[in-house]
Design a protein. Structure first.
Length: 548
């Protein structure tokens, strides 16, 4: 079974190289993609259908991200070596950044190294790609250590005790070896089932995704998924169903206000589904849904293992002891769309989610903003005279901050839960949008791109956990914690080497919500000692491809 004739179930790991996936996405905007993929359920499977030319200058194709080193007649058995990747980053003052998988939020130097192989025997395949992470993890001012009043700290602790999302991962250096982007699968095209530790990405977003991204370390899960779009008389479909195990970081701040999380792992079940209507080319529609519950709180019925098939309305759920509110589980759901316009080299996309059941359809229509979050974005390629060179413009907005409906009815903060006290996390990091609970992001990118080469600028405004701000402060809007970042990007290729770099300057206004020398608001609104912090974030990545 040779590559180029059938799917062999090797995947393109989410976040393998930021600009690799960006390049694949650009191919759709340029009309060069033949896979028909929505690009909204990842990782993608490498096959002849999506083996596009990524960089004409160095002749790099997607299929060259593996090198065959051994095969038997008729390719019954094949062995491939995978790229070696080395990612590094430095934060000079305090942690910043997300979507870096098994890396952690840390100050100082941090590195991640990964390599591996892919083997196939008939329908059975093994992808072994472990990851090693080391971080200096230097000390910095954590939120509970900042110069905030006791009343603020108490309310912060109330929220922190309902999510496993520590500011700092321990008190010394950090190192960990994980299975990384590994899997074992049985594939009968177009369906595959297997055990995986890979990062997943659901939804159309570039900077964030509401339910599943590569912000946290990959987690062990069983996956049943399509390996390509399945064509039908009404259009094409893609889907993935997972059942997984989420772990705790087991880290709590050294303060009496913070309590340990339950000593138990969490079961996660989820589904992602996309549909490309036959009558509207390049329009992709989808939804995803996930549930988490502590293992000790699970039942043993089919509905306990696969609650993703349960009704979305609370009124449709049996009352009494089987009421959804009594099941001690947390659910997230979203709908999303992506419209690709190859003739304009552009795309628009939207994801809208809720982290609480509406009572019924009337409730959903009455207050659609209740417990909602959304991501909206636009990208366009402007052709230049040089072949295969473009100016890429991208805008994306992420809103996780709760709506005003929370003033009249309980509204849970995204990724935080009063019963599942580890929240929607794995190993201490959020599974969805890496900006974190209650936060908002506005992002603008302007880049020159050619193949896998990119020179660009990125401007972002991050509002840190506004839900916490309004819960704990509210009366003094001088204390909002806003990160303004300016980034330069430089990605290049040379023969079998691919380099990606990013240098960011982050100005954190009122870092950790602190201000000093405060005068009464009624007297001198802007007269206070601003507690701003500057931080440099440098990322350098290197990949070596064993080309045939």
């Amino acid at each position: 079974m040779a590559v180029g004739t059938q799917t062999v179930a090797q995947t393109v790991p989410v976040g393998l190289l930021d600009h690799l996936e960006d390049n694949l996405r650009r191919q759709q905007l340029l009309g060069n993609d033949t896979s028909g993929s929505s690009f909204m359920i990842r990782p993608l499977t490498i096959s002849a259908r999506n083996n596009v030319l990524l960089d004409a200058t160095d002749g790099i194709e997607l299929d060259k991200f593996r090198k065959k080193v051994l095969s038997t007649p008729n390719n019954i058995f094949s062995l491939y070596v995978l790229p070696i990747t080395w990612q590094q980053q430095v934060n000079t003052d305090h942690p910043y950044g997300w979507n870096d998988g098994s890396m952690i939020p840390a100050r100082g130097y941090q590195t991640q190294i990964s390599a591996g192989f892919f083997a196939k025997l008939g329908p059975l395949s093994v992808q072994l790609k472990p990851e090693y992470v080391y971080a200096q993890n230097k000390a910095f001012t954590e939120l509970y250590q900042a110069d905030n009043e006791p009343a603020f700290l108490k309310k912060y602790a109330q929220m922190a005790n309902m999510i496993d999302n520590p500011d700092r991962f321990g008190t010394g250096s950090y190192s960990k070896v994980s299975w990384g982007q590994s899997n074992v699968r049985l594939t009968f095209d177009p369906v595959s089932i297997g055990l995986s530790n890979e990062n997943l990405w659901w939804g159309p977003g570039v900077r964030n995704s509401l339910l599943m991204s590569n912000n946290a370390s990959g987690f062990k899960h069983i996956s049943l998924n399509t390996t390509r779009p399945v064509n039908t008389p009404i259009g094409s479909f893609e889907t993935q169903i997972i059942a997984g195990r989420l772990e705790s970081s087991k880290i709590i701040p050294d303060n009496a206000l913070f309590v340990a999380k339950p000593d138990d792992w969490r079961y996660l079940s989820g589904i992602a589904f996309t549909y490309q209507p036959k009558w509207v080319p390049n329009l992709f529609l989808g939804f995803d849904r996930s549930f988490i519950v502590y293992r000790k709180d699970m039942g043993s019925s089919f509905g306990d293992y696969f609650p993703l098939f349960s009704p979305v309305e609370k009124a449709s759920v049996i009352n009494g002891e089987n009421n959804e509110d009594n099941r001690k589980r947390d659910q997230y759901a979203s709908v999303f769309a992506r419209w690709v316009m190859p003739e304009s080299h552009a795309e628009v996309y939207l994801q809208y989610g809720r982290n609480d059941h509406p009572y019924n359809l009337r409730d959903a229509l009455q207050e659609p903003e209740h417990s909602r979050a959304y991501i909206a974005g636009f990208r366009k390629l402007i052709p230049l005279k040089a072949d295969d060179a473009f100016i890429q413009v991208g805008v994306e907005f992420t809103q996780l901050e709760g709506a005003r409906t929370g003033e009249a009815r309980a509204q849970p903060t995204w990724y935080v839960h009063h019963q599942v006290k580890d929240g929607y996390t794995n190993m201490g990091q959020v599974l969805g949008a890496g900006i974190g609970p209650g936060s908002n992001l506005q992002s603008l990118e302007l880049s020159w791109v050619k193949g896998l080469k990119r020179i660009g600028l990125q401007l972002e405004r991050l509002v840190n956990n506004n839900d916490l701000y309004y819960f704990a402060i509210a009366t003094d809007n001088r204390r909002k914690w806003i990160d303004l970042s300016f980034s330069g990007k430089f990605d290049w290729t040379y023969k079998s080497f691919i380099v990606n770099t990013q240098l960011s300057y982050i100005r954190s206004h009122n870092y950790q919500y602190t201000i000093k020398g405060v005068s009464p608001l009624s007297e001198q609104f802007w007269n206070w000692d601003q507690q701003d912090r500057g931080n440099l974030n440098l990322k350098v990545g290197l990949a070596y491809i064993f080309q045939n």
